[in-house]
Design a protein around this ligand. Structure first.
Ligand SMILES: [Zn+2]
Length: 223
């Protein structure tokens, strides 16, 4: 019998999968142009909110929104600053809907990218911070704790190829207790160091037959 999930295969998968960093959110750096009000009927824009549209007489005037060079904000403003609940739509149709504080994303919010990636969860300082779920355009997803847009704390990461990991992360790196599920059904359970299995055992699925151990970073087959 060969070595199902042997050293090279294990390391290939562990090192080869997983996306470091996440680009599925946008840091807001755009310049404000002006605060506007818009007639929801004819689309005319005004610097001050009129009682009715002087162009077409329509009574429905959209609440405060701000045009930026790269998109449009619609929602709550406090002293002209985005705070409360609001939506930002970038020119490429990337869309954020949720909480704001002092012009940056804060609290619970959802950001859907034009490329299909999305994040839903907690924000702070314009970045995913707290609990949330990240989805990449290729189908990979992560659900768990985040810090400054990175996996940090406990989480579950499902890769596009079907393999998945759950366990502890620090700044996007697997470190500490975790378990990894390989495509061939093997499961590693143990401790990670720098993204790699360090101490622990790999088992066949649905049986407790051991394939081998990692001891201080070195693989030792059971046979
Ligand atoms: Zn009008």
């Amino acid at each position: 019998m060969g070595l199902p999930g042997g050293y090279f295969q294990l390391n290939k998968h562990i090192k080869g999968t997983g996306t470091t960093g996440w680009k599925a959110y946008r840091t807001i750096k755009h310049m404000e142009t002006k605060t506007l009000f818009k007639c929801l009927d004819c689309g005319a824009k005004f610097g001050k909110k009129p009682p009715r549209c002087p162009e077409c007489g329509n009574l429905e005037i959209q609440d405060d929104f701000i045009e930026f060079t790269d998109g449009v904000y619609t929602g709550d403003l406090v002293d002209g600053v985005r705070s409360g609940k609001g939506t930002f739509v970038w020119n490429d149709n990337t869309r954020y809907e949720g909480g704001w504080l002092n012009n940056v994303r804060h609290g619970w919010g959802e950001c859907r990218m034009s490329n299909g990636g999305w994040y839903a969860g907690e924000w702070k300082n314009d970045l995913p911070n707290g609990r949330g779920e990240l989805h990449w355009p290729n189908g990979e997803w992560y659900k768990g704790d985040l810090s400054n847009g990175m996996r940090h704390g406990y989480g579950e990461n499902h890769f596009a190829n079907g393999e998945w990991h759950k366990g502890e992360y620090q700044n996007n790196v697997r470190i500490g207790p975790g378990e990894y599920h390989y495509l061939n059904g093997n499961v590693f359970r143990g401790e990670y160091l720098n993204n790699n299995p360090f101490n622990g055992s790999t088992f066949f699925p649905d049986s407790n037959v051991k394939v081998g151990d990692f001891i201080n970073g070195f693989w030792r087959s059971a046979w």
